[in-house]
Design a protein around this ligand. Structure first.
Ligand code: 3HC
Length: 314
């Protein structure tokens, strides 16, 4: 069965929910897609923090649309994960208990309006680099969910860059605010791609199963190359004195990433980890009545349908 499975993978035949798959393939997908979904939902929190303080009605409307998009991304991805045999409640319990991860990037605070621009440009920009290849991932429901998600991510990245460009064309104070936000979000954005390939326990197998089409380092490098050019349009600097175009490789060399900080944040000790999980726990508790009402309504409807379907007693 393994040989037939790998033959399908190598022939680019999508694996569908009802197909046979190695249990490790299933578990890796449940891990990655559910954590991806958790990231989308938790990612709404840092940005939601600025909806009531957006500088104009237009910016408020754009940010509202973006945060709503992220909720939708989470729902597509939870639905894709459910096709692998895990329930929404189980996934929620894994997030709230700290068993499951979500992206480290969402454990940083959004201190100024410029952070919303830096998140759009850098965080959603990194997400696009990481997620476009996932449109070709070997698991069908995941690949299909990613197609629509990536279209919306492009809008997220553009609106973020537009916020920064507007600030950079403003006063010196606004330019300083934009530079400060880039200084704080640049290195954590590089960490979004995961640990270096030689420290990644999953990458080799995920590439062989075509869950991943590129390695963490390959995607990180692609992201650095793009941002090193785009930042020039802003007239700002990326906070890396070692960033330099390498004629030999055709890529930008960049400085050393602080992996100790990365693992500290991943292991729950980042600036906002506690606040993020408390917010998700509160949302789960506050939403209990909605879940109960929906179940009661569905149960009542089913009873009514069954009573109608029952042949009238003679
Ligand atoms: N934050 C938290 N944990 C991370 C991480 C990060 N940035 N990068 C890696 N990890 C974790 C992995 O989950 C894994 O832990 P686990 O075994 O407990 O799951 C461990 O570190 C080792 O990392 P690997 O690189 O070996 O793990 P993966 O092969 O899973 O690669 C990944 C990590 C690149 C994030 C991959 O899971 C992936 O591509 N996921 C799908 C995309 C995704 O989740 N993006 C997160 C951001 S969502 C987003 O940006 C929303 C947008 O709207 C802003």
């Amino acid at each position: 069965m393994d040989a037939r499975f790998m033959d399908k993978i190598n022939k680019e035949i999508k694996i569908e929910p009802k197909d046979w798959m190695p249990d490790k393939y299933r578990q890796t997908l449940i891990r990655q897609i559910s954590q991806h979904a958790h990231s989308e939902i938790v990612g709404m929190l840092p940005e939601g923090n600025w909806i009531t303080r957006a500088p104009t009605l237009k910016r408020k409307a754009i940010l509202l649309a973006k945060v709503q998009d992220e909720a939708g991304h989470g729902l597509y991805l939870y639905s894709a994960t459910e096709t692998l045999g895990i329930s929404r409640d189980e996934m929620t319990e894994q997030l709230l208990s700290g068993k499951a991860k979500y992206s480290s990037i969402f454990n940083y605070p959004t201190l100024t309006w410029a952070d919303i621009g830096a998140i759009g440009w850098l965080v959603d920009g990194a997400a696009i680099i990481n997620q476009v290849p996932l449109c070709r991932t070997s698991y069908g429901p995941y690949a299909r969910a990613m197609v629509r998600i990536c279209k919306e991510e492009s809008f997220h990245q553009r609106q973020g860059f537009d916020i920064l460009l507007t600030l950079c064309r403003g006063t010196q104070q606004q330019r300083n605010m934009a530079q400060d936000a880039i200084n704080r979000w640049w290195w954590p954005s590089l960490m979004m791609f995961g640990p270096p390939d030689d420290a990644s326990p999953h990458t080799a197998q995920s590439v062989q199963w075509k869950i991943k089409r590129f390695t963490n380092d390959e995607l990180r490098q692609k992201f650095v190359d793009i941002c090193a050019v785009q930042v020039k349009t802003l007239g700002l600097q990326l906070p890396d004195p070692d960033l330099k175009y390498n004629e030999q490789t055709g890529h930008y060399d960049f400085g050393v990433i602080n992996w100790q900080q990365f693992w500290q944040v991943v292991n729950g000790n980042g600036p906002c980890n506690k606040e993020r999980l408390e917010a998700r726990q509160k949302a789960w508790n506050d939403g209990a009545w909605v879940r109960e009402a929906a179940v009661a309504y569905a149960t009542k409807r089913k009873e009514q349908e069954q009573s109608i379907a029952k042949p009238a007693a003679a």
